[in-house]
Structure formats: structure tokens, C-alpha cells
Design a binder for this molecule. Structure first.
Ligand code: EPU
Length: 448
């Protein structure tokens, strides 16, 4: 377990390459199960979530090789990941892997379609709130799978194949991203036509559907809430490049904004980020298109703004924590409403330790703007919360120490290297020094 030591305040300036999307890569890697043979997925970022998912596919019987060494430079766009799925003879998603990464659930649909059977450990709780999978299971049942729970494992069976039908995928918080991925993948090999209503429209689902189409699937309505799938007998392995990571891009946009700096983001698609760009402009940040990406800068004050997270094309929940760090420094009060994961607020207490003024009332947070943030030792609780703490650390006066940064390594490729290349002062250190530092700080506080 490493820590980040961040010296602030800094002003960022320069160019940053955005990596391939983690949340597009994971379901697309799962899609490789559907077609026996070698698929090559390009621009897959080098992240611990990708390594865990690779291990999972390996346990199923797939062979995986990466063409870029793990030491690839900070501005690489990931590398090629070759997945040979000729053999998938162990359709089991083990607890040991699923408990480390909930996204493992997206092997369920493709395994069922390919093997007629799948056993996947039921995902448990999560730092960002309850994350049921009832809609995934409902959709697969409607395709004809028999599903029961045994010793904490979901056992899904369809020995005679799946059959297309009309499926409604909406839930109490709108559509489900990985639920749509699971049912979409399963339906590509089902007999007849499947209509998925209230499908997720996230760019990562569009990317998955485009990849499946390249594999020979017949999908209409891509990008809309109604997906129409004509089942085919088989799919072919594919060579496919994943889209840039819109959440990483959004995080660097906030990095430019919070430090009153200027960043050029290379390999960034603004069309996937209209709600984010709209909020940034409202806050007083300029965002302009540039070749292959955009330039983001702030000169004036941070203006308060209201943000409500929603499924795409609304403002993404995965950028809520980062924007909260930015709005902490606004000249006035902002309101943030979380409508996707109403409990995703673990960062509030930590940001308040850095002198932010955040007050939570259910899924609503009142952000009272402060003049400055102050460095403190803080604890990362989940991926996006850790990103918010790093962003706050860039402008906080003094040395911020972010503990448990393994969370950030799950989803940001070499974030400290990318930030340091544009003016940040972040060092990665081992936990022993953190422990020593914590002990000395705690004993200092006790003595006082
Ligand atoms: N939901 C249900 N029942 C279900 C499935 C979901 O009630 O069967 C609820 C969830 O509890 C939540 C809402 O529906 O309130 C949306 O959840 P969704 O299923 O869309 O989330 P997910 O597919 O599990 C993906 C991303 C998350 C991202 C969410 C929302 C991946 C690997 N994960 O999760 O990304 O926050 O969509 O956009 O794609 C992250 O990258 O940090 C991250 C958490």
C-alpha cells in the first residue's frame, strides 16, 4: 500500500494524454468470451482493475498477453491486450476475484451465452453504496436463463440456449450500465429478436455495442435507450480500440480548473462530456476544442454551481467527488445532488478535514465555498473519492498525504506522473513512511 505526498499549491500547465477508458475496456474484454479465438483490444489502460479482470478471464480458461510492458511511459495510451478465448472450460467467477472488483459481474451474460452455464460469486457491499444486480438477473431470466443462488454464488443455466424477448431494464435509479452490458452481450447469441428498453446510453455501452457489431452481432438503436438485437449463431474474434476515458479527462479538466491553470487534453472526446463541459463553463472555466482534444483553463474566480448526477447524457456520478473539491473553493454556495448512488459521499469528511465546508442532507450536499483548502493527512475510500483528494491536495497549502492510494491505481493510469509532467509535486511513497508519519502526527496531537 502506497501513499501520495502532495505539495501545494501549484498551478498546472501543459499537455496530458488521456488513456483508454477503463469502464469501456472491462465489458469489451468480457465480450471476447463470446467468440472463440484471438481478439485484440487496443488502448487498454494499465490499471489494477484491468489486471484483476485479466486474472478472472485467465481462470475461465482464456490466455491473455499484453504487448506493452508494464513500465510504459506516463503518456502512453495503454497497450494492446490479446485475449485468446479458444478455451473457456471453467465458467466460474470466483469470490476471491469478484470481491476485489464488482465489474467482474459482466462475465455472467457472455459466459451463459457461450457455455450455457455460469457461476459467478454474488458481489457484496461497496464503499459507494448498495449495488444490487437484480436488474441484470431479471434481464437474463427473461432471456430464458434459470438462475438461483448457491453458497453465495449466482448459478445461471441455459443448456438449450437463450431466446430473444422484450426486456425492460429500468430501475429505481434509471438504467444500469453493466446490467445493459450483460443482457446485450447475452442477447447477441440468443435465438430471435431481443428488444432492450431503458438501456443505458453511456458512451461505454455504445463502445461495447460497436465492438459487438464488429464481431458480427446485429444491433440497432446503439446509443439510444432502445436496443434491438437480432441474435446470430456465432461471433468472430475482433481487433478493436476502446474510446478515451471520459472520467479521467473530466478529472484532468478539474485539475486545470482547481489550480487556475491551463491544460491541453489530448485524446479526449468532448461529445461524450457535454454535461461536464456545461457545468465547467457555468463555474467560470473555459473549455475549447483543440486538435484531438481540448484546452481547459481558468482565469477568474470559481463560481458556485448546482450539479445533479444522472445517467448519461446527464452529469456522471463518477465526477461528482472531483467537482465537489472544485466547488469547495467557489465564491458562494453550491448544491450537489447524487441521483445515481445516493450514498456516494465518503469524500465529504476527508475534504472537510482539509477545511472545506460541506454538509450532507440525504443525497444532497450543500457546498459552502471557502477561500482556501489546507493540507492534511487524508484517507482514500474509493476510486473517485481518492481523485477528489488528490485534486484538493494540488491547491491546499502545505503537504497533503493521501493514504490508501491503491484505490486510485484501480482507475487512473500513472496519475501522479501525468500530473507531475504538468507542474504538480506528488511523490509516491511506501506505506511504512506513512505509518511512521501518522504515528508521529497522532502522538503530537495527543501530546498537545
Ligand atoms: N442498480 C439497481 N439494480 C441493478 C443494477 C443497478 O438498482 O441490478 C442501481 C445501482 O445501485 C445504482 C444505479 O442502478 O444506483 C446505477 O448503477 P449501474 O448498474 O449503472 O452501475 P454499474 O454498472 O455497476 C458502472 C460503472 C461505475 C459507474 C456506474 C454509473 C463500470 C465498471 N462501473 O457501474 O463506475 O459509477 O456505472 O455510471 O462501468 C467507477 O468507475 O468509479 C465506477 C464506480
Amino acid at each position: 500500500m502506497d501513499i501520495f505526498r502532495i505539495e501545494g499549491p501549484v498551478r498546472l500547465s501543459g499537455a496530458v494524454n488521456i488513456s483508454g477508458s477503463k469502464n469501456a475496456s472491462l465489458p469489451i474484454m468480457a465480450a471476447a468470451i463470446l467468440a472463440a479465438g484471438k481478439s485484440v483490444i487496443k488502448a487498454v489502460p494499465q490499471l489494477s482493475d484491468i489486471s484483476v479482470f485479466s486474472q478472472l478471464l485467465g481462470q475461465l480458461g482464456c490466455e491473455l498477453t499484453r504487448s506493452t510492458p508494464l513500465s510504459a511511459v506516463a503518456d502512453s495510451k495503454g497497450g494492446d491486450l490479446c485475449i485468446d478465448s479458444k478455451v473457456v472450460d471453467n465458467p466460474v467467477g470466483e469470490y476471491e476475484i469478484v470481491r476485489r472488483m464488482r465489474a467482474s459481474i459482466c462475465i455472467l451474460g457472455p459466459l451463459l451465452a457461450r457455455c450455457g452455464r455460469a457461476e459467478v460469486s454474488m458481489p457484496g457491499g461497496c464503499a459507494i453504496g448498495d449495488r444490487p444486480i437484480d436488474i441484470h438477473l431479471r434481464g437474463l431470466r427473461e432471456l430464458g436463463a434459470k438462475i438461483h443462488l448457491k453458497n453465495g454464488y449466482i448459478v445461471a443455466e441455459a443448456p438449450h440456449g437463450l431466446t430473444g424477448c422484450d426486456i425492460f431494464m429500468g430501475g429505481p435509479f434509471g438504467s444500469t450500465v453493466l446490467g445493459t452490458a450483460n443482457v446485450l452481450m447475452a442477447s447477441t447469441l440468443a435465438r430471435g429478436k431481443t428488444i432492450i428498453e431503458s438501456a443505458a446510453c453511456e458512451p461505454e455501452i455504445v463502445d461495447l455495442a460497436n465492438c459487438l457489431t464488429r464481431m458480427g452481432a446485429k444491433i440497432n438503436g446503439i446509443g439510444s435507450p432502445q436496443l434491438i438485437v437480432e441474435g446470430v449463431k456465432q461471433l468472430q474474434p475482433v481487433e478493436y480500440q476502446v474510446i478515451p476515458d471520459r472520467i479521467e479527462a473530466g478529472t484532468f479538466m478539474v485539475a486545470a480548473a482547481i489550480t487556475a491553470g491551463q491544460l491541453r487534453l489530448v485524446n479526449c472526446r468532448l461529445n461524450d462530456m457535454m454535461a461536464v463541459v456545461d457545468r465547467l463553463r457555468n463555474i467560470g472555466v473555459t473549455v475549447e476544442t483543440a486538435k484531438g482534444g481540448c484546452v481547459v483553463a481558468r482565469e477568474g474566480p470559481v463560481k458556485p454551481a448546482d450539479i445533479t448526477t444522472q445517467p448519461f447524457p446527464g452529469f456522471p456520478t463518477d465526477l461528482q467527488a472531483q467537482f465537489m473539491a472544485l466547488l469547495s473553493l467557489a465564491e458562494g454556495n453550491s448544491i450537489v445532488i447524487e441521483k445515481v448512488f445516493p450514498d456516494r459521499f465518503m469524500h465529504i469528511a476527508e475534504l472537510n478535514r482539509m477545511a472545506a465546508n460541506l454538509r450532507k442532507e440525504g443525497p444532497v450536499v450543500i457546498v459552502a465555498g471557502v477561500n482556501r483548502l489546507v493540507a492534511a493527512p487524508v484517507m482514500a475510500s474509493d476510486l473517485r473519492a481518492s481523485a477528489a483528494l488528490v485534486l484538493a491536495g494540488l491547491v491546499a497549502e502545505g503537504t497533503t498525504v493521501v493514504n490508501r492510494i491503491y484505490h486510485i491505481d484501480r482507475g487512473y493510469e500513472k496519475i501522479e506522473k501525468k500530473l507531475n509532467m504538468v507542474g504538480a509535486k506528488i511523490s509516491r511513497e511506501s506505506d511504512e513512511s506513512m505509518t511512521a508519519e501518522f504515528i508521529s502526527q497522532i502522538s503530537e496531537r495527543v501530546e498537545k
